[in-house]
Each structure stands twice: as structure tokens, then as C-alpha cells.
Design a protein around this ligand. Structure first.
Ligand SMILES: [Zn+2]
Length: 110
């Protein structure tokens, strides 16, 4: 398989080497095809990193939204509990007042 790899001939020292190398392994001069390939690979790595950063940002935003939703739900639950407590206290007071009035009426009758 390695025989099938494409090679280039260095235009500075005439040595043959695999075309994906960025530099001639013999004289060190640049191989533009190899350099372009490495550049494109680095670009795609940078793109992947940027994409993963965007993914992390989305995760953080989702976490914050869930946190705020949780806090909001807790606050609403407390408010509902307070309202129900007030209503039940009012009910108790109301039935106490009715019982007092009933007692008064019974006393007046007797
Ligand atoms: Zn060379």
C-alpha cells in the first residue's frame, strides 16, 4: 500500500518523498501540496473545536434556563402554599365568627 502513495520530486534537491509531507525530508524545503494539506487539516480541527465550544455554550445556557425554571417553580409553589394557608385561616375565622353568632342567637333566645 505504501508503494501506492503518491510521491513528489523535490524541485530543490530532486529527492522523491511522499506528497503529504509539508517539507522535503532531505533538504527541508517546502512542499506546497503537503503544506496546503496540513493547513486544511488544521482548519478543520479549529472548526471542530469551535463547534464543540458552541455545543458547550448551549449546554451551559440550557443548564441556566433549567436553574431559573426550577427557582421560578419553587417561588410559585411557595406563593400558592401561602395563598392556601391564608384562605384556610380565613375559613377558620369565618366559621368561628358564625359559631359565635350562632351562640349569641341561642343565648338571646334562651
Ligand atoms: Zn529537497
Amino acid at each position: 500500500m505504501s508503494d501506492m502513495k503518491k510521491t513528489v520530486t523535490c524541485k530543490y534537491c530532486s529527492a522523491e518523498y511522499p506528497e503529504e509531507l509539508a517539507n522535503c525530508p532531505y533538504c527541508g524545503n517546502a512542499n506546497f501540496y503537503g503544506q496546503e494539506k496540513i493547513y486544511m487539516q488544521r482548519m478543520s480541527q479549529i472548526r471542530k473545536r469551535l463547534a464543540s465550544l458552541a455545543y458547550i455554550d448551549k449546554k451551559i445556557i440550557l443548564k441556566e434556563i433549567l436553574k431559573i425554571a426550577g427557582i421560578t417553580a419553587a417561588v410559585i409553589a411557595v406563593i400558592i402554599a401561602v395563598i392556601f394557608t391564608i384562605i384556610s385561616i380565613d375559613k377558620n375565622n369565618y366559621s368561628k365568627q358564625i359559631n359565635e353568632m350562632r351562640g349569641n342567637i341561642i343565648n338571646e333566645i334562651q
